[in-house]
Design a protein. Structure first.
Lengths: 113, 107
C-alpha cells in the first residue's frame, strides 16, 4: 500500500497548456502539502492545506492552485505552463497542523517544452 | 522565515567510513527534521529531532537547539546510503529545507 501516491509520475507538455497532478494519501493525515524541487535539488514549499486552512507561499505564482475534494486528496492545478515550471513536484502529508511526521509521495517530474 | 544551511554540499566516502553532516539554522526551532532522498528520488523522513539525540541503526542525529545546529552521523557507510540528505526547519506549519548534502558512497 502506497501511503502517499501521486499521478502521473512523468508529465511532458507544451508551454501554455493547463495540467493537473493528483495526490492521495491513505494515512488518515489531516494536512497535505505541495513542494517543488528544481534541477539543483532545492526543495521549496508551495502550499499547505487541511480542511480548515490553506496557506500559500507568497512566492508561488497564482497560476498554481491546490484543490482538495476531500481530506485524503490534494491536487495541484497549473495554468498557462511556462518553461520555468519544469521541476519535480512532491506531495506530502503529516498527521497534524504542526508539520511533524512528514510522509512524501514519490514525485511527479514535469517537463514543459 | 528561518534560514537553513547545510554542509558540506558534497561528500564522497569509501564504504565503511563514518561521516558527519551539519545543519545550521538561523532561529530557534521546535521542529527540525532530517530527510534522505535516495537516487531514485524518494524522500524518506529519517528523524524528527528538535533537541537532544536520537539513533536509528547506523544513523544518529543530535540537535543543540541553543546553538542552532543539528548533526547527522552516518557510521559504517554503505552504498545504499548514497543520495541527498536534507534538514528542514519550520516555516509556520510547513518546512523550509536546506540545500542538502549530496553523498556518494563508493564500494
Amino acid at each position: 500500500d502506497t501511503a502517499v501516491s501521486q499521478t502521473p509520475k512523468y508529465l511532458v507538455t507544451q508551454m501554455g497548456n493547463d495540467k493537473s497532478i493528483k495526490c492521495e494519501q491513505n494515512l488518515g493525515h489531516d494536512t497535505m502539502y505541495w513542494y517543488k524541487q528544481d534541477s539543483k535539488k532545492f526543495l521549496k514549499i508551495m502550499f499547505s492545506y487541511n480542511n480548515k486552512e490553506l496557506i500559500i507561499n507568497e512566492t508561488v505564482p497564482n497560476r498554481f492552485s491546490p484543490k482538495s475534494p476531500d481530506k485524503a486528496h490534494l491536487n495541484l492545478h497549473i495554468n498557462s505552463l511556462e518553461l520555468g515550471d519544469s521541476a519535480v513536484y512532491f506531495c506530502a502529508s503529516s498527521p497534524g497542523w504542526t508539520g511533524i511526521g512528514y510522509t512524501f509521495g514519490s514525485g511527479t517530474r514535469l517537463t514543459v517544452v | 522565515g528561518i534560514q537553513v544551511e547545510q554542509s558540506p554540499p558534497d561528500l564522497i566516502l569509501q564504504e565503511g567510513a563514518n561521516s558527519t553532516l551539519r545543519c545550521n539554522f538561523s532561529d530557534s526551532v521546535n521542529n527540525l527534521q532530517w530527510f534522505h532522498q535516495n537516487p531514485w528520488g524518494q524522500l524518506i523522513n529519517l528523524f524528527y529531532i528538535p533537541s537532544g539525540t536520537k539513533q536509528n541503526g547506523r544513523l544518529s542525529a543530535t540537535t543543540v537547539a541553543t546553538e542552532r545546529y543539528s548533526l547527522l552521523y552516518i557510521s559504517s557507510s554503505q552504498t545504499t546510503d548514497s543520495g541527498v540528505y536534507f534538514c528542514a526547519g519550520p516555516r509556520g506549519n510547513m518546512l523550509t529545507f536546506g540545500g542538502g548534502t549530496r553523498l556518494m558512497v563508493k564500494p
